[in-house]
Design a protein around this ligand. Structure first.
Ligand code: TRP
Ligand code: SF4
Length: 324
């Protein structure tokens, strides 16, 4: 039996280069070695969303990107969190074995409470409990995530351990598997690439739009004039060359340091490399976009397969507690 992987992402709509290099590519690879379950966590999104009107569109756009990137519904279970309601029941049960003090010291909770002081809702505090329910409902052992999620997975381990100690061994303690790529910076060269910050490059852009976006990127501020020598090691465009243009990397660094290449040409080169790398992805995506019913079918089938596992685990948990 292959070991089971679970991971989730909030329905943010069209995915960007940071999502692709940071998570998606890794998820695609894991499909070969593990039984993977990938989930669009729409209930988690409700903890911060004030406008829920674009949820369905965002789920659809995100699925298009996932499938075009190579997540394969024949190999993996792809589904939407709210379609398998068992997770909310398990969330309630797990909330009874989770001390409030554990939740109040989670860094992401403190951060969100700071960012949305007008909306520090109950669900926000319970966010990691719901995340734990996501994982243990499928008895997943491995959870591929970014650095920022490590405290959540630690908490998931503690909640699973606590449940097991109280009611008997039920859930494996999940393990975080960090993605090997460091987080990708946005076009501002400062913050992590993020849709919210508007510093992202969407995968689904056209070639022209990609060039446009790349041209807006901040480069080495020391290069104010064309003849100023540059410092590729601090330049975000150079970092992206590392992923999309590895063969020309040394040459670009040399030419940047000696001011032989200007930033505009360097960016054009990068944009072209991004476009040629993403060409097959974009073709697959365009084909899928013409088949909305197929996307619905994939998600319905994913939910069905997820539910079969979920019902079994939930029943076991309830029996252990003494509810059945
Ligand atoms: N909290 C994760 C994030 O913000 C998303 C998530 C929800 C998740 N449930 C999960 C990730 C379970 C891994 C496993 O990115
Ligand atoms: Fe960055 Fe390229 Fe400009 Fe050098 S030439 S500063 S690597 S964009």
């Amino acid at each position: 039996m292959k070991r089971r992987v679970f991971s989730g992402a909030r329905p943010t709509g069209r995915q960007h280069l940071g999502n692709y290099l940071g998570a998606l590519q890794n998820w695609v690879k894991l499909q070969e070695e593990y039984q993977c379950i990938y989930c669009i966590v729409d209930i988690h999104a409700l903890t911060t969303l004030e406008d829920t009107g674009s949820l369905q569109k965002n789920i659809h756009e995100m699925m298009l990107d996932w499938l075009a990137a190579g997540l394969d519904p024949k190999k993996s279970i792809l589904f939407v969190q709210s379609h398998v309601t068992e997770v909310m029941e398990l969330h309630t049960l797990l909330s009874m074995v989770t001390p409030l003090s554990w939740l109040l010291r989670v860094p992401t909770f403190k951060e969100k409470a700071r960012l949305q002081p007008h909306n520090v809702n109950y669900g926000l505090v319970g966010y990691p409990v719901l995340q734990t329910a996501d994982i243990v409902l499928y008895k997943a052992e491995v959870v591929p995530v970014g650095e920022d999620q490590v405290p959540h997975i630690e908490l998931a381990r503690e909640i699973a351990r606590r449940f097991n100690n109280l009611f008997g061994n039920t859930f494996p303690e999940p393990e975080a598997k960090l993605t090997s790529f460091p987080s990708i910076l946005g076009l501002d060269g400062k913050d992590k690439m993020s849709k919210q910050l508007g510093n992202d490059i969407e995968l689904a852009l056209s070639d022209e739009e990609t060039i446009d976006r790349v041209m807006q990127a901040v480069t080495d501020p020391a290069r104010r004039y064309r003849d100023d020598p540059g410092h590729p090691e601090i330049c975000n465009i150079y970092r992206l060359h590392q992923y999309f243009n590895p063969l020309q990397l040394d040459e670009i660094a040399k030419q940047c340091r000696s001011a032989k290449i200007g930033c505009v040409d360097c960016k054009m080169l990068l944009a072209q490399q991004i476009n040629s790398t993403l060409k097959p992805f974009r073709e697959r995506r365009a084909a899928l976009a013409n088949k909305p019913q197929y996307i619905k079918d994939v998600l319905a089938d994913g939910a069905y397969r997820a539910r079969v596992i979920a019902q079994k685990t939930l029943k076991e948990a309830k029996q252990k507690i003494g509810l059945l």
